[in-house]
Design a binder for this molecule. Structure first.
Ligand SMILES: Cc1cc2nc3c(=O)[nH]c(=O)nc-3n(C[C@H](O)[C@H](O)[C@H](O)COP(=O)(O)OP(=O)(O)OC[C@H]3O[C@@H](n4cnc5c(N)ncnc54)[C@H](O)[C@@H]3O)c2cc1C
Ligand code: SF4
Length: 330
């Protein structure tokens, strides 16, 4: 591991000033992803700016009745918060589906959003990888890709975003807040992760050196009827091979409002807007849920070894929306 300097910061402007726009400096949250990448040499920062003493560890109700979640709130505290559990249950379920208790005690909201892909070529310095070393190629396209993207990918990168939490945030229309050298800014979650295009190394809309300060969740009554379901290759302690966050409001068997987001199918949490459009105002039946999934997944472009994800996601849509509709009918 490369030698590095370490500095703890105590206020937001100070953090941004210390990090500056130095491409060799990184903010340090829980370190559960960054330090692993430093050990393998994928990340080689010269300076770590520890953000965990910043006053960003609160969760509070906003003036409009939404929720503001600070960037250094741990995944454990986020999942356990009574307002999150009651008003946004899919978020609690998504966070608890990720990693282990020990990791969730360390991992922060900001770090979770910026964790890097688990593509094996990305972490193997002996292999080319456009995301790690732009212009070197993407061996996953013709190599090991059974857990890679079926939506929104290009030949330049087919990696998926690994976050469970982010899938719920996509369905909940979260807003990411940050502080940069130009002052505070924000990004709608839908715009936060950049399209892959031919620049997979450029992952988010954050300005250089920006510190994530928190996220807000707008008030959303539908979110009280939400759920997260994750499919993985073993029962615990594994990343998703497909997941869904969904919220459903049904009246007289008609869909009044629906939110759907997919995980582990694209370079970002994937909001299923086409499926939502097909369902809204129509019947809340298993047939309609399947048709909506098909409409969304018509855009899927599977590789030779990941076509199973299309069926997996279709089944997840039908299963989770059916459960939510049955609950609404009780
Ligand atoms: C064994 C294992 C299993 C896991 N399983 C899952 C899983 O199933 N699902 C899942 O979703 N995740 C899983 N994870 C990933 C884990 O959730 C992430 O490592 C964690 O959320 C990252 O948070 P952190 O605070 O530790 O980030 P760090 O490692 O500290 O940082 C990650 C990145 O974010 C940047 N950063 C951190 N905070 C800020 C900030 N406030 N502003 C700007 N940049 C910032 C850092 O510079 C770095 O680039 C797993 C991790 C491990 C090690
Ligand atoms: S899928 Fe992306 S991260 Fe994986 S090897 Fe290709 S370019 Fe690198």
């Amino acid at each position: 591991m490369r030698d590095f300097d370490y500095q703890r910061v105590y206020d937001v402007p100070g953090a941004v000033a210390v990090l500056g726009t130095d491409p060799d400096a990184r903010y340090l949250g829980g370190g559960t992803n960054l330090v692993d990448l430093m050990k393998t040499g994928v990340e080689r920062p010269a300076l770590l700016v520890d953000v965990r003493e910043l006053p960003l560890d609160h969760i509070e109700t906003t003036a409009d009745g939404g929720l503001r979640i600070g960037a250094t709130v741990t995944n454990s505290d986020l999942a356990a918060h009574p307002d999150v559990r009651r008003r946004y249950p899919a978020l609690t379920q998504a966070v608890l589906a990720g990693a282990s208790g020990q990791l969730r005690n360390m991992a922060t909201v900001g770090g979770n959003l910026l964790q890097r892909t688990r593509c094996g070529y990305f972490t193997d310095l002996s292999k080319p990888c456009n995301k790690r070393a732009p212009g070197t190629g993407c061996p996953a396209v013709e190599g090991e890709h059974h857990n890679h993207a079926i939506l929104g990918a290009t030949e330049h990168c087919v990696a998926v975003h690994p976050s469970d939490m982010g899938v719920a945030l996509a369905a909940l229309d979260a807003v990411v807040h940050y502080e940069s050298a130009d002052g505070p800014g924000e990004s709608a979650f839908a715009d936060f992760y950049l399209p892959v295009g031919d620049t997979p190394h450029l992952e988010t809309a954050l300005p250089a050196g920006a510190l994530i300060t928190g996220i807000t969740l707008p008030p959303a009554p539908v979110a009280a009827h939400s759920r997260y379901r994750k499919v993985r290759e073993r029962a615990s302690y594994a990343f998703a091979i497909g997941s869904i966050a969904a919220a459903l409001d049904v009246e007289d068997s008609v869909v009044r409002e629906v939110r759907i987001a997919f995980g582990a199918v694209a370079s970002r949490p994937w909001r299923a807007r086409e499926a939502e459009r097909v369902l809204t105002g129509g019947p809340a039946t298993a047939e309609a849920f399947a048709a909506a999934a098909d409409a969304e997944l018509a855009a899927a472009r599977a590789l030779p070894h990941n076509g199973y994800k299309v069926t997996l996601l279709r089944n997840l849509v039908v299963a989770v929306l059916t459960e939510l509709a049955e609950e609404a009918a009780r």
